[in-house]
Design a protein around this ligand. Structure first.
Ligand code: ADP
Ligand code: MG
Length: 352
């Protein structure tokens, strides 16, 4: 009850917005369920400052607002700062849900890993300065380790709240300039298993580039959504049985792989890798045996990076990218993995 009152009071004192409060700027993205713009506040609200991001969404926007409100209260640091969500009826296209976040910055992990400078570009934005040190595998590993720790930290927040994201990919990871760390965005495909919200919608399409091999997140023995109170009572049990969070872990594992191997950062090469891995029955060690003998310099360097410190990075990677969900490590267990024993970038160890 207290939580309810707190949530209500917090909601009451937060600023509210309407359609004509915004000046719409550059389009940032367009998915099948909505369009995202950078916006600023119009003149009549010019005493308030700040840059925002606005998503105009279809009927699925209602669930996305619900997810964002929940995340905001339960694990606010995991995701972009959600400000407000409302139903906008006056649109010519029919009713739309408008969702508003603080503008976190211009860099997605996708943009950052596509740069030739990766991972040094990330080191610079995390530390806020260019380090005048020799480049090399050890330094790159340290940067990648820092990114992985931040991603797992954010994901653990979501999973501990009972939310599975289901669309974890570099495009949905934003670098927050305010907190100098990565945050997860786009809860449009997320599922809250504790209350049965958005429980395996049939329309939902998984992004094949980053999706784990299992088609359904919950086993097919639990095919329909139980009513909310039943789900709330059952879900800790279902969660233990089906480990739906491990779907996101697989995706994070693929991101780890892309950070270690520059050649796997392009879409076409990632798709080719996925085909190879499938042929290897999702055994990363089998894939390694297949490609390592005829590996080019780039691939060899990736293996070298993961082999540092007695192969502790490779060990972590192989515990994330596995066929069976229950054999994959959880976000919390991954954070305690010896891969993270070494100190990462200094800015992080000061902050966390
Ligand atoms: P969708 O994938 O449904 O189009 P997203 O929520 O992923 O919508 O947002 C699309 C893009 O907009 C992101 O890839 C990112 O570039 C940008 N973006 C989204 N939220 C923010 C934010 N809070 N701050 C800065 N940029 C954002
Ligand atoms: Mg997205």
């Amino acid at each position: 009850f207290d939580m309810f009152v707190l949530a209500f009071v917090e909601r009451l004192f937060r600023p509210t917005f309407r359609k004509d409060d915004f000046v719409v700027g550059k389009k940032l993205g367009e998915g099948s369920f909505g369009v995202v713009y950078r916006v600023s506040l119009s003149k009549k609200r010019s005493n308030e400052d700040g840059e925002y991001v606005l998503k105009k969404a279809t009927e699925y926007g209602a669930v996305e607002i619900w997810m964002n409100e929940r995340v905001r209260r339960a694990c606010g640091n995991s995701c972009a700062d959600f400000v407000y969500g409302f139903l906008e009826k006056s649109s010519k296209k029919g009713p739309e849900y408008w969702l508003l976040w603080k503008y976190e910055g211009e860099s997605t992990l996708s943009g950052l890993i596509q740069s030739k400078e990766f991972p040094y570009n990330v080191e610079t934005i995390i530390l806020g300065k260019v380090q005048d040190l020799p480049k090399g595998l050890e330094r790159e590993n340290k940067i990648i380790q820092t990114i992985m720790r931040q991603l797992l930290f954010a994901l653990d927040g979501l999973h501990s709240t009972g939310i599975v994201h289901r669309d974890v990919k570099p495009q949905n990871i934003i670098f927050s300039e305010g907190s100098r760390s990565f945050k997860i965005i786009d809860l449009g495909a997320a599922a809250d298993l504790r209350v049965g919200i958005n429980y395996i919608p049939k329309e939902f399409l998984l992004d094949p580039r980053y999706a784990a091999p299992e088609q359904y997140i919950m086993s097919t023995q639990t095919p329909s959504a139980p009513s909310a109170p039943v789900a709330a009572a059952l879900s800790p049990v279902l969660w233990q049985m089906n480990l739906p969070d491990r779907f996101d872990i697989y995706s994070i594992g693929l991101i780890f792989l892309q950070m270690a191997f520059p050649s796997l950062r392009s879409d076409s090469n990632l798709i080719q890798f996925n085909r190879q891995l499938k042929r290897c029955e999702y055994e990363l060690t089998a894939w390694r045996k297949l490609v390592e003998p005829r590996a080019n310099a780039d691939l060899r360097r990736g293996f070298q990076l993961l082999d540092l410190d007695n192969g502790i990075g490779w060990e972590l990677l192989t515990s994330m990218v596995r066929y069976k969900a229950r054999q994959r490590i959880s976000a919390k267990a991954a954070l305690a993995h010896p891969y993270f024993d070494r100190q990462g970038l200094l800015a992080l160890s000061v902050m966390q």
